[in-house]
Design a protein around this ligand. Sequence first.
Ligand SMILES: [Zn+2]
Length: 550
Amino acid sequence: MRLVSLTVLLLCTSLVARAEGHLIVLVSIDQLRQDYLNRFEDDLSAGGFGMFAERGAVFTDANYDYASTETGPGHATISTGAYGKTHGIVGNSWYDRHARRSVYCVEDSSTRLIGAQGEGRSPRQLIGSTIGDELRMGSGFQAKVISVSCKDRAAILMGGALANGAFWFVDSTVVSSSYYMDALPAWVQKFNAAGRINAYFGALWERALPEERYKKLDRDDAPYERGANGLGQTFPHRIDGGTPRTITSSYYGALRSSPFANRLTIELATEALRAEKLGTRGVTDLLAISLSANDYVGHSYGPHSHEVFDLMVRTDSLLAGFWRTLEEGPGLDHCTIVLTSDHGVAPIPEYISAHVPGSGAHRVDPRELRSRLEARFAALPAPAHEAPGWIARVDGDNIYLDRDSVRASGLSPVSAAEIIAAQLASFDEVFAVYTSREILELPATIPIQRRVRNSFMEGRSGDLVVVLRPFLLTTTSPTGSSHGSPYPYDSHVPVMMAGRGIRPGAYDAPASPADIAPTLAVMLGIELPSLSTGRVLGEALLSSSTSGKR
Ligand SMILES: [Zn+2]
């Protein structure tokens, strides 16, 4: 009898405790194409990625509706519901015409790292509020917003200006910035003191599944795989940076490109969850997690590699474990879990051309393209032969003019941009080229043009934006793959939600990671992020009066 009462009492206590909190868990898998969930479906579990299909809302046609599909812009869009044209993160970096140098999207020389030596980072270049910022303001700053990732830009931009803390990895240490705090919280200090990041030195990354499960993929020893930092092209991969006796910076490069980096990030998130008692404090907290290994591995081995597939299988079980951690913590019924990605990745061009000779898929070295362009100008009448001097910087798809040089040639920047654009437009590789004046007038009806416009901010973007043809890879490397184009292989990513407030279902209506922040805001009854233009995904909300359009 006494035992029964105790059990009842414990049950009631736990019910009371669990009823008190709500936790938003925002998971971004860095570089996750939507098609991975279909191509690898047979080897993914109902408990990991499959949890969303089992009990959540799955959007199968979610795209970034912009051109600069990179990590900085992607994470900024997830948290703000806006695009680079307003939130200002137009790329991982951009050219600052006044400073005459490249600016990194989260650099901030007025801050310092906490936990390591060096210049700090901050969200100061992100314009407008994030969902986390609105949560903090809406709760009178009672809500906690914590963001973790291997990458500074992912952690910082997922959190926002008012986050309690963003944490990322610098070599052997989890760090933050003086923007947020003067000292690392005890749980991060403990994580560092345990030497967890160095603990994988010499570890072996082996196949998670029997070798036959990998037969549907490209060959494991494809010559266009990068396998840098001593990882090599084939399984198993040893994580020692190529220097088996000593830990060097190359070890951290190898670790980042392995499943162990994701494991460390989830362990850090788990420490945050427990130490900060997230989701059990009578308010709504937000825990943002960005898993970076998938991006490093995708860059190195490409989307059809054994490594990308294996990492997906391992990420799947890592997520399944983390859902169990959430169940044991605040309880899944008290969590709203969102999973998405910051961008996809292009297929390796040599992989396509090996199967379809003459497909036209190939690498484009931007330096080679630039010298071919400059050679053209030499043959043109004055002042066009001065054009090479007009180009101050090429940053990704953006060409920035040195406006002083242009004016010294007796031209306006607009005229100079038109002269350069006319030449570029005749290159086989170029799908479209737009001057900044044209971009500001591009109609929203043509998808590629809309995407170029949505990534463009005057002052931060270039005087010209070049879009190469699909399946051409802009890179200076002879191996691996990349992203950053407006095409579906880079823009089409998962948007999945489950848990409290979410109406389960599969939805094929167009959606976007930009819809996540406004949808959460409406669900939580807080203000929308200030520049949000995403759609409230009302069809995926319980007891929502929103019909899906706004
Ligand atoms: Zn990324």
